[in-house]
Design a protein around this ligand. Structure first.
Ligand SMILES: Nc1ncnc2c1ncn2[C@@H]1O[C@H](COP(=O)(O)OP(=O)(O)OP(=O)(O)O)[C@@H](O)[C@H]1O
Ligand SMILES: [Cu+]
Length: 761
């Protein structure tokens, strides 16, 4: 299945390159852009006061219809649809309509996406209704109505009645009492099942409801009163528990949003403070936060200061000091002081809301295992059906025991329900995505969560990724008899115009020096900057630049060699004739980077540093962090080539700041962005966004991916294993309908519970 509007992140090819491969991979970036536009549509809706991601609805909102050239894409919520048996029904009904072009099912969210001819919507809705379902359309961003709560007492009553029937029969009391109790039990809890089953049968589909209805009716006809009642009660109970567990999985994401308080204390126009609904607070309003209170919206501190625990977003619980001018984020916890902040994003647009939105989108796209399981289920069910048919017809031809064999066939039909198998994958993926999000790792698709475990090579950028990215100037020397003071002023004037970390360090070191007017300023990719001061041209750049200009000397190279081997980055100020001065800056390696690299190696991931800095500095820093390999002098194109090369050997990830690393990030199988907390683009364009810049989130991601994979495999084995056992038992004449039902719903409960386990990690 592929989707129509870019929600579905197709799995990227993991190996090979060449022209076809590259266009495909590049298109991915375009797809993200598209998602971005889509976000804006959403934002637009929110502006009308409807917040989608509010905790109110467990289910995500439906996207508005999208009209294409000759077709319309509509999302329809079907409350009753959360099992593949319903999917099969709908697929059969709608698939046969000529006006329907494509169907996409999201059972977790109970959303059906239909691509249909413009005038066909009513027919589609009518067809869905004819199956006994109630389709819901996206009503201008209205929060979805939570699933209707069914009263629990009919089930309890049925349980008591069923036990009663059992007791009566066991005590040898008159059969008609047991029969009465059993029929009452079946009627009080089983009518929904009968109704659903009838719709299915009428549409030529034998789903679990139909099978249960047939089985229970059969048992009643055969006079097995207590058994019939018990099967119906157990089935209804299990369905209920399963629905509850699934709600929990759905809630895992929406639950993140509960982290932001619903109310905020806002300054009114007359200067008073009033507590209002956070959704009504506009950008520019000033909000006050007391100690111990959670921040309700994103903003910038205008007065006061405090320490803030940002764990809800970054997963890092070490509090951060914040003062005037610093950014604060919705959901984070104000620990000590009180402060006031100016709102920079409305409730529906905060970083937290974006995270939740991204996770919701991610779980809507099918991960590889899910695609596989769906395909498998599509052949599994018909095969078991065929076996059941054979069992019902062939053996009795020889022994004449029609009833016994038909009973066995019915049991087989229950086993044919692929519910447990099909539901296990999305539950597991959602749990994994939610667990990651809670730790500040935003994974933009199940595919990345699944691929992460296979990560073979991880390419890392140096500046700001492995290092703090805030170098300090350590040396400044005049060359060729120049005047250091004058050279420093010139260098600072040029450096002041650039936001490259190296330039920034030089500008900071010369803080007191007055900047001269720079004309014709230009950045030279991977080299430095140039500009004219007082009509004369100057360059500030690295060895590569000086060498290319032919202004290098053996003496200079010797000096560069010494400094670079200390891990320093050196740039030179050059005029039209010669090198005037040299400036060395040193960056420090983050402790967390060193740990992260060691953990990655322990997990079997090779680390490669790709930096635009020179090879000697690269080597020196690499030795400090312990990466497997370091490559210097890398222009964006080289980084891309390197990532392509690693990509041929296995799954390759790239971590970068997303500016000169953008092409390599896009090409990597998994592109990681760091420090995504304040930057919308990182959240939107990366495959995996780390909310802060702690690289230990990378090994955490790999471990989570491995845990998720283990659970996925366990679930598939569990679901199929239980079925296999009952298949054998039934054919051996030991399986009863009772046990088959138990096995079917039991397996569903087990796999859902196992999937949810990831949430607790
Ligand atoms: N604006 C600039 N000001 C000063 N030096 C610069 C500038 N731009 C580039 N350079 C020099 O060129 C080198 C390579 O720059 P580039 O931006 O490609 O990589 P980087 O960001 O420093 O390193 P990394 O790739 O690890 O992030 C820098 O190390 C620096 O010496
Ligand atoms: Cu040189």
């Amino acid at each position: 299945m592929s989707s129509c509007c870019g929600h579905d992140h197709e799995q990227k090819p993991t190996s090979g390159s060449g022209a076809a491969g590259s266009t495909l991979r590049y298109r991915k970036v375009g797809e993200h852009r598209h998602d971005h536009d889509h976000d804006h549509d959403h934002d637009h809706d929110h502006a009308h006061g409807e917040a989608c991601c509010a905790p109110a609805g467990v289910l995500q909102p439906l996207a508005a219809s999208v009209a294409g050239a000759d077709s319309v894409t509509t999302q329809i919520r079907i409350g009753e649809m959360d099992c593949p048996t319903e999917e099969a029904l709908i697929r059969k009904k709608l698939g046969g309509m000529t006006t329907v072009r494509r169907l996409e099912f999201n059972l977790m969210q109970r959303v059906l996406t239909v691509v249909h001819a413009p005038e066909a919507l009513d027919a589609v809705l009518a067809a869905i209704r004819s199956l006994g379902f109630t389709p819901e359309l996206p009503e201008a961003g209205v929060a979805p109505s939570p699933a209707v709560k069914k009263p629990w007492w009919p089930l309890a009553l049925a349980g008591v009645l069923a036990v009663g029937a059992e007791v009566i029969e066991w005590a040898g009391l008159p059969t008609w009492i047991a029969a009465l109790l059993a029929i009452a039990a079946v009627l009080s809890c089983g009518l929904t099942t009968y109704r659903k089953g009838w719709v299915a049968i009428r549409n030529g589909n034998l789903n679990i409801n139909a099978l249960m209805s047939i089985a229970v009716t059969g048992a009643l006809i055969l006079g097995q009163w207590p058994e019939a009642a018990m099967v119906m009660v157990l089935f209804t109970l299990a369905e209920l528990i399963e629905a509850k567990s699934l709600d929990r999985a759905r809630n895992a994401i929406a639950g993140l949003m509960d982290l932001a308080p619903e109310r905020a204390t806002v300054r009114q126009s007359d200067g008073r403070w009033a507590e209002v609904d956070a959704k009504t607070v506009a950008v520019g309003d000033v909000v006050r936060v007391k100690p111990g209170e959670r921040v309700a919206l994103d903003g910038e501190i205008v007065s006061g200061s405090s320490t803030i625990n940002q764990a809800p977003i970054t997963g890092e619980s070490l509090p951060v000091e914040k003062g005037e001018g610093d950014s604060v984020f919705a959901g984070t916890i104000n620990e000590s002081g009180s402060f006031e902040y100016r709102v920079t994003a409305a409730a529906a647009n905060t970083t937290l809301a974006r995270i939740i939105h991204a996770v919701e989108e991610a779980q809507g796209a099918k991960a590889p295992t899910q695609r596989f399981v769906d395909q498998f289920a599509r052949i599994y069910t018909p095969i078991v059906f065929a076996v059941a048919l054979l069992v019902a017809v062939v053996p009795p031809l020889f022994d004449g025991a029609w009833l016994a064999w038909i009973y066995k066939a019915l049991v087989l039909l229950v086993i044919a329900c692929p519910c447990a198998l099909v539901i296990s994958t999305p539950v597991t993926i959602v749990s994994g995505l939610a667990a990651a999000a809670r730790r500040g790792i935003l994974i933009k698709g199940g595919v990345y969560l699944e691929e992460g475990r296979k990560l073979k090579t991880l390419a890392l950028d140096k500046t700001g990724t492995l290092t703090h990215g805030k170098p300090e100037q350590t040396e400044s020397e005049a060359w060729n008899g120049g005047d250091l003071g004058a050279a420093t002023a010139l260098a600072a004037s040029l450096a002041g115009r650039s936001d490259h970390p190296v330039s920034q360090a030089i500008a900071r070191a010369a803080a007191g020096v007055a900047h001269a007017e720079v004309e014709g300023f230009e950045a030279l990719l991977g080299r430095g900057v140039r500009g004219e001061i007082d009509g004369k041209a100057y360059w500030l750049g690295n060895h590569r630049m000086v060498h290319e200009q032919g202004r290098c000397s053996t003496e200079l190279e010797a000096r560069l060699d010494v400094l670079e081997r200390q891990g320093k980055t050196v740039v030179m100020l050059v005029d039209a004739e010669r090198v005037l001065a040299l400036f060395a800056v040193a960056d420090t390696v983050k402790d967390s980077s060193r740990q992260a690299v060691a953990e990655l190696h322990a997990l079997g991931v090779k680390t490669v540093m790709l930096t635009g800095d020179n090879p000697h500095t690269a080597e020196a820093i690499a030795a400090q962090v312990g990466v497997t390999e370091a490559r210097g002098d890398q222009l964006p194109q080289d980084k891309l080539t390197a990532v392509e090369q690693f990509g041929r050997e296995g799954i390759t990830g790239m971590v970068g700041d997303g500016i000169n690393d953008a092409p390599a990030l896009a090409r990597a199988d998994i592109g990681f962005a760091m420090g995504a907390m304040g930057t919308d683009t990182a959240i939107e364009t990366a495959d995996v966004a780390l909310m802060d810049d702690d690289l230990r989130k990378l090994p955490a991601f790999v471990r989570l991916s491995r845990a998720t994979h283990a659970v996925l495999v366990q679930n598939i084995v569990l679901a199929l294993g239980i079925k296999a056992v009952f298949l054998a038992l039934t054919l051996a004449g030991l399986g009863t309908m009772w046990m088959a039902v138990f096995a079917d719903v039991g397996a569903s409960l087990l796999v859902v519970g196992n999937g949810l386990r990831l949430l607790r990690r």
